[in-house]
Design a protein around this ligand. Structure first.
Ligand code: FAD
Length: 468
């Protein structure tokens, strides 16, 4: 049998097989610098056929494959383990927009396309590809699909799953499944596409996708509302949806502590209110008609919310710059947290109707277990998704507090389950939450997942040790 790496070099060419420590370094460490794995090599194929041939070589030599896009994932899914036995297979060279069909409103792309390039290509055709998240300048659509990424436009357009009509996948046997169908209706048996979306590279390698495009909104408008409580935020959501329907495209909750943290770490950013308020909601409305229409809808809804006492106050952005300033407050929360020191993060989801009760029940539990700990709670409330992070009490170092990770997780995740939620809303499971998944998924669900994995990847070479 030909030596494995020699075979890889024969398939994709010497320059695209990286096996020196320097060459591999950036592919082996996760985005937050928490873990550095080891690998036999990083493979950088330049075509779908090369991906398929590499996968056959990996199967022949029983080498585990870690697919990697932009390596921006947050759950240690895109980096190899510490064994040094696996390879990283980077999709970065598969980065062409294959076709735009303006009538079908679809775009067919390679999996390694950077999300921002896809947004720009859609805009060049006068269309919108609505997936948007802070990592969009470096994450790839293959990674977005593999993690079923969410982002800021889920309320109106759904997760990545809802934005995809078809996939092309290299199976763990090295076959190419061409499911690049641009069909909005296709009830021909099991939905294989949906199996690969969100599978985090454990069932196959996504090499191409057909994406849905939408009309560009004519105008969008942003506002920041100040509220007494999360329960009022829930009421505001219902009120806004009743008044504005699908024009409501963003609804982001931020606690007082979050904005105080941003103000401390980034004093140059705007401070829209002179007095602090317990909670804030960033609202975005988009109109397919005109700016006047968007402003009218927003003002009407805000007026009703003020009248009913659901909000204390609101500022409406009157320029693109002001709107960007308000969004910066939301986007700088994770950055402000990072500057203030590491904390214990949770990316959870709940039925929207139970969010306020969940916060009210869980905050005292945390405080009882870790007196004085600080909750950093913000997120896509319109999607029922909270970033529910826990920072140390005053006087306790961030590093010391991290030793409580398991106990903090137990308080938060037990409560999430009690309220009918999920322990991973957006970021997936990867290696980081694998044990938590085993703890919280029912045996029936876990057994079905294991059966699917065993049927599609009997050799267990696709992203070993992730999810299951
Ligand atoms: P990678 O990190 O390379 O990989 C992620 C997973 O997908 C891994 O398991 C990997 O093996 C697998 N994978 C990658 N490519 C393929 C492929 N072609 N075929 C099969 N499997 C593959 N996520 C959200 O959902 N919403 C957010 O708002 C959000 N914001 C973020 C903001 C920042 C600043 C950062 C750093 C991350 C954020 N994320 C968010 C995390 C998010 O999952 C990733 O940014 C993105 O979706 C992953 O894309 P990627 O190309 O970097 O994938």
């Amino acid at each position: 049998m030909m030596d494995f790496l020699t075979q890889c070099r024969a398939i994709i060419g010497e320059p695209y097989v990286l096996d020196t420590p320097d060459g591999m370094a950036s592919f082996l460490t996760d985005q937050r610098g928490r873990f550095t794995g080891k690998a036999q090599a990083v493979l950088r194929p330049g075509s779908v056929e090369q991906v398929a041939t590499l996968v056959r070589a990996c199967a022949e030599h029983r080498v585990g494959i870690v697919p990697q896009g932009g390596n921006t994932g947050l759950v240690l899914g895109s980096v190899p383990d510490a064994s040094g036995a696996q390879v990283v297979l980077s999709l970065a060279r598969l980065n062409s927009i294959r076709q735009v069909d303006a009538v079908n409103r679809t775009m067919t792309v390679d999996a390694g396309c950077i999300l921002q390039h896809i947004q720009e290509a859609a805009a060049a055709e006068g269309c919108l590809f609505p997936l948007s998240l802070a990592a969009e300048g470096s994450c790839t659509i293959g990674g977005n699909l593999a993690t079923n990424a969410g982002g800021t436009a889920v309320l109106r357009y759904g997760n990545t799953r809802e934005l995809c009509l078809g996939l092309e996948v290299v199976t763990p046997q090295g076959e190419i499944w061409s499911g690049l169908r641009g069909l909005r209706k296709d009830n021909t048996g099991y939905d294989l596409r949906d199996l690969f979306i969100g599978a985090e590279g454990t069932l196959g390698i996504i090499t191409g996708a057909v994406l849905k495009l939408y009309p560009q909104p004519k105008a969008s408008i942003t506002a920041l509302a100040a509220l007494p409580s999360p329960a009022d935020a829930q009421q505001l959501l219902v009120l806004m949806q009743d008044h504005c329907g699908s024009s409501l495209t963003g609804f982001e909750l931020m606690s007082r502590y979050c904005l105080e943290l941003v103000a401390q770490q980034f004093p140059q950013l705007p401070r829209p209110f002179t007095e602090p308020h317990p909670q804030y909601v960033l609202l975005e409305l988009s109109s397919s008609e005109s700016e006047q229409h968007a402003v009218g809808l927003l003002e009407h809804a805000i007026g009703a919310a003020l009248e009913r006492g659901v909000i204390n106050d609101a500022v409406v952005a009157t320029s693109v710059a002001q709107s960007a300033g308000l969004w910066q407050l939301r986007e700088h929360i994770p950055l402000a947290q990072a500057k203030a020191g590491k904390n214990i993060k949770h990316d959870i989801s709940l039925p929207v109707s139970r969010i306020a009760d969940f916060i009210a029940a869980t905050e005292p539990l945390l405080d009882a277990a870790f007196p004085g700990c600080q909750l950093v709670c913000f997120g896509h409330l319109g999607d029922g998704n909270l970033h529910f992070n826990v920072a140390p009490p005053a006087g306790v170092s961030n590093e010391d507090f991290l030793h409580n990770q398991d106990e903090v997780n137990r308080v938060v995740y037990d409560s999430v389950m009690a309220f009918g939620g999920s322990i991973s809303a957006e970021h997936g499971i990867g290696a980081l939450k694998r044990d938590e998944l085993a703890r919280y998924k029912s045996p029936v669900e876990l057994n079905m997942m294991r059966a699917i994995k065993a049927a599609l990847d009997p050799l267990g070479i696709m992203n070993p040790g992730k999810i299951l």
